[in-house]
Design a protein around this ligand. Structure first.
Ligand code: HEC
Ligand code: HEC
Ligand code: HEC
Ligand code: HEC
Length: 307
């Protein structure tokens, strides 16, 4: 397995290393500090106003002030070291106020993505890779989505709300359902897992009516049973088979399109196994556990239906 320290893939970098071996160290370090690596594209951290490369919106202020003042309530050691204000490492700092000394990856990385030394920012790199900034792959093989799957958008970066008390404005939710990743520019926060789906638009952030995540795409609701979401927005229910839900948040009532029955029906945690079918406006009672065929009692015709 290749780490960030292995040799770059691109021939021109390889040749540079051969021609001037002593230059190899600064060339590699350049990408582990903000300047000149990240600054080559994102500009000086202190130049105002910053215009987002992700959504083209102006921040009206610079990256430095929005990060240090608005997000971090003036905690300089989050990114800096006592050795001096420059350079700023992307993965190492003094830390402080309850935040560990891991600098940018405290918010732009996840500990769950670690594969060897210093590779917490896989989601950040895959966001770049998908946007066509494939240079990250020269040194980090986890930049290619085909090579590595970062943990989902819903897994919190280490600094999130940790501890919120010293830094009241620090982001709390990587799904950004509370808007806590929005500080400037456009209405979205970060694409933490680098799949190009932001915030609640990321399937990882769907709550499935508060169901318990059993792994492998399977979920369980006490009143509704087992279902699989690997083919979301369709769900595969243990007895009902293919259902298309309208809305995935509110457990107070769900409308489904039932592929087997080819009808729309409504149910909720309170009324299930009673379901209301829209096409003919009738209440049905589903015989729990029946499957292939399922049995439904139709209260209007007073007959059992097989589906
Ligand atoms: C070669 C140019 C380039 C370099 C080098 C670069 N970036 Fe980016 N970065 C981009 C572009 C372009 C985007 C916007 C991609 C998009 O959303 O379409 C971006 C987006 C981002 C985002 C927003 C991600 C999101 O979730 O919306 C962050 C944060 C970021 N970069 C941080 C960094 C850091 C930290 C470094 C240095 C380790 C870095 N970038 C190096 C070009 C670059
Ligand atoms: C979110 C991370 C972050 C925080 C928090 C932060 N800074 Fe910075 N700071 C940076 C980055 C990145 C640079 C640019 C370094 C570079 O380009 O080499 C920088 C540059 C600077 C510089 C210019 C250094 C030089 O020699 O050019 C000064 C001074 C500075 N910061 C002071 C502060 C002070 C004071 C605080 C706390 C009130 C603070 N910073 C908080 C990230 C941060
Ligand atoms: C406290 C959490 C936190 C820390 C620490 C942090 N960031 Fe950020 N950063 C964010 C959030 C949240 C955003 C998105 C803000 C928004 O969209 O309103 C962001 C946005 C950015 C962007 C703008 C991307 C774009 O173009 O839209 C860059 C570049 C960036 N961060 C670089 C850094 C660097 C470099 C460091 C370390 C020196 C750092 N960040 C440390 C939370 C953090
Ligand atoms: C020339 C090689 C090289 C390239 C290209 C490169 N990096 Fe790195 N990167 C490194 C090295 C070396 C480190 C430091 C790792 C260590 O020493 O632990 C590092 C560290 C990082 C870190 C902090 C450590 C971590 O755990 O994630 C981030 C974030 C990062 N790089 C993002 C990027 C992004 C985004 C790109 C593409 C825009 C990129 N890098 C391109 C060599 C590179």
């Amino acid at each position: 397995m290749k780490t960030a320290r292995s040799f770059p893939r691109r021939p021109f970098l390889g040749i540079a290393c051969v021609c001037a071996a002593f230059m190899a160290v600064p060339a590699v370090l350049a990408y582990s500090t903000y300047s000149p690596g990240c600054a080559a594209c994102h500009g000086d951290f202190r130049s105002s106003p910053y215009v987002s490369l992700a959504d083209g919106q102006s921040w009206g202020d610079d990256l430095h002030d929005v990060h240090r003042n608005t997000m971090l309530s003036g905690e300089c050691g989050t990114c800096h070291t006592s050795g001096g204000r420059s350079p700023v490492f992307t993965y190492s700092s003094d830390g402080g106020g309850g935040l560990s000394g891991i600098s940018c990856i405290g918010c732009h990385g996840r500990a769950e993505d670690v594969r060897g030394i210093g590779t917490e920012g896989a989601g950040l790199r895959q966001h770049h890779y998908r946007a066509g900034v494939t240079i990250c792959f020269d040194c980090h093989d986890d930049a290619d989505p085909a090579a590595f799957t970062p943990v989902g958008e819903d897994v919190l970066p280490p600094f999130y709300a940790n501890p919120g008390t010293n830094h009241p404005n620090i982001p709390t939710d990587s799904c950004n359902s509370d808007g806590s990743e929005n500080f400037a520019g456009g209405p979205t926060g970060l694409d933490n897992d680098g799949d190009n789906a932001y915030d609640t638009a990321d399937p990882d952030c769907i709550t499935w009516w508060g169901a318990t995540d059993l792994g492998g795409g399977w979920y369980w609701l006490e009143w509704f049973g087992y279902f699989n979401v690997n083919f979301a927005p369709w769900i595969y229910h243990d007895q009902h088979a293919w259902l298309f839900p309208f809305g995935t948040e509110d457990p107070g009532g769900i409308v489904f399109y039932d592929a087997g029955m080819q009808q729309f029906w409504w149910t909720s945690s309170v009324v299930y196994p009673f379901v209301y079918r829209f096409s003919d406006g009738v209440w049905l009672f589903y015989e729990l556990g029946s499957s292939n065929p399922r049995w439904f009692y139709n209260f209007t015709t007073q007959q059992w239906e097989e589906h």
